[in-house]
Design a protein around this ligand. Structure first.
Ligand SMILES: O=C(CO)[C@H](O)[C@H](O)COP(=O)(O)O
Length: 235
């Protein structure tokens, strides 16, 4: 009797897409380095390629954590203003809508820097395991808003007027709110998302919101699942 194939863990699937994404990197490229556990695996794979193949590339990190890891992995870094054109940005996501390829990001509170870097890249590629792919965005995952601390109460009031139930993100360990790499707070909000680009603009229109975690555009999503080949979603 054929042996039943053992299911791959979520980390196996993340590693599979990270390895596949690292093959997209060519010599002399400037790469946007995403944040989160999946993007971390990509950064490590890229570090190995730099050593093995003597690749000459620069990374532009999307968070303090990405910067620290990339440095440890030997990836030369450059700031966004010095980078010029970013050739390829590779990042994770919390949810991907299968049809539109719109995303929710910001589980790690880094979505503002991620969006600036990911949107400015010539190509923006997203890495997820199959559990993140959904039919309809935002039903199970709240949208994070990065908010100026000074304005948190007015933003909360506006969100309540929009009939949502916002919550200030707190950290597990320390008392008080999570503070982003930019010194701001995060408010998470469940909200109905009919058209991602419309909702993305609507949430950014709230005075005091720096950026929200809806990404209405990306070029390609690599999905890790149990099959040998990584699934590629393109519009
Ligand atoms: O947007 C992000 C951080 O702000 C991450 O990319 C997102 O939360 C996915 O993380 P992970 O790969 O750990 O599941």
């Amino acid at each position: 009797m054929a042996k039943k194939k053992s299911a791959e863990t979520q980390d196996d699937l993340k590693l599979k897409v990270a390895q596949e994404a690292s093959k997209l990197v060519k010599d002399e490229m400037v790469i946007g380095l995403g944040s989160g556990s999946t993007a971390n695996m990509f950064i490590k794979e890229l570090g190995k390629r730099i050593v093995d193949e003597e690749l000459y590339i620069y990374g532009v990190p999307t968070s303090f954590d990405a910067k620290m890891l990339a440095s440890q992995c030997g990836i030369p870094l450059v700031s966004l203003d010095q980078a010029g054109q970013i050739d390829l940005a590779v990042d994770g996501a919390d949810e991907v809508e299968e049809g539109s390829l719109s995303l929710i990001k910001g589980g790690g509170g880094c979505h503002t820097m991620e969006k600036v870097i990911d949107y400015s890249a010539k190509e923006f590629v997203v890495l997820v395991d199959e559990s993140k792919v959904v039919a309809s965005l935002g039903e199970n995952t709240p949208v994070p808003l990065e908010v100026l601390p000074f304005a948190y109460s007015t933003v909360l009031n506006t969100l309540l007027e929009m009939n949502t139930a916002p919550s200030i993100r707190v950290s597990g360990g320390k008392m008080g709110p999570v503070i982003t790499d930019n010194g701001n707070m995060i408010i998470d909000v469940f909200t109905k998302i009919d058209e991602a680009d419309v909702k993305e603009k609507e949430l950014n229109n709230i005075v005091g919101v720096v950026e929200n975690g809806i990404f209405s555009k990306c070029d390609k999503v690599l999905v890790g699942n149990d099959s040998k080949k990584v699934k590629v979603l393109k519009k």
